[in-house]
Design a binder for this molecule. Structure first.
Ligand code: FMN
Length: 245
């Protein structure tokens, strides 16, 4: 398979392997660290409800039932649904010194993934793009236009995204993890995103909502919607959520 061996992805995997013999001597790039949390100080803040309805769901049944769902009804999600989805995917569950530990694991507890939501169908929340402030458990409003059509367009025109109540957009702040783990840190960043996404998908099923993960998108177009530079911080993964049609 010479063509595989020449590919960028293959070379990246080879170059970032740990080897017992060279653990102490291997080259580590100097990458400066950055802030652990992103803030939008002047954005309107929407406090999220912390009232769980206490509904009991069978964990094993939820795993059995989860399926990617791409067809949604017009019925909006509740703000509590959205709060639960945000909590399940990135909520703070404990504090250990300076670390805000969360529902999903993170390499080195560095939490490189930021969550944004494109809201088009949530009761008591007018449409727009929002940033999730994990420590304050609140949303920070970035825009006030219905965003899901534009997100669908940027996601390789996958039109089902336009019918979602919410599209989660996860970005990576690369320095948070790569300052400690170097090139190999990039592997960890995508693993972190996968953990977060799976929590979201299972939480959606627990709420009987339909969800679908999406990795096919024009990176720069999604970054542009969120005003991310695409270098220090870049979109890595999306997930659409809505009421099952
Ligand atoms: C990394 C990743 C990227 C995906 N990207 C897309 C996507 O861009 N569009 C889409 O419709 N589904 C996407 N999916 C969903 C898969 O198509 C789906 O998980 C697969 O067909 C298995 O079906 P299931 O999720 O119902 O078990 C993606 C899934 C993963 C894990």
């Amino acid at each position: 398979m010479p063509e595989l061996r020449r590919s960028l992805g293959y070379l990246y995997l080879q170059e970032t392997k740990f080897h017992r013999e060279s653990m102490q001597t291997r080259h580590r790039p100097q990458i400066n660290p950055t802030e652990s949390f992103k803030r939008y100080p002047s954005a309107e803040k929407i406090l999220l409800p912390r009232i769980w309805d206490g509904e009991k769901n069978n964990f094993w049944q939820i795993i059995q039932n989860r399926r990617s769902v791409r067809s949604y009804s017009d019925e909006p999600l509740t703000l509590t649904d959205l709060a639960l989805l945000l909590w399940a995917s990135q909520g703070v569950t404990a504090q250990a010194g300076p670390y805000y530990l969360r529902t999903a694991p993170s390499a080195g507890a560095l939490y490189p993934i930021e969550s944004y939501v494109a809201v088009d169908g949530v009761q008591n929340l007018s449409p727009g793009l929002f940033h999730f402030d994990v420590r304050g458990f609140q949303l920070e409003r970035l825009t006030s236009e219905p965003p899901c059509k534009a997100v669908a367009k940027a996601a390789l025109d996958q039109s089902f995204l336009a019918g979602a109540g919410v599209v989660f957009i996860w970005s990576a702040v690369l320095r948070r993890t790569m300052a400690k783990y170097g090139h190999r840190g990039l592997r960890y960043i995508f693993m972190d995103a996968g953990h977060i996404a799976q929590n979201l998908l299972l939480a959606s099923e627990a709420l009987r909502l339909g969800a679908c993960p999406v990795a096919a998108f024009f990176d720069d177009e999604i970054n542009h919607l969120l005003e991310l530079d695409g270098e220090d911080e870049t979109a890595v993964y999306l997930a659409a959520v809505g009421r099952k049609a």
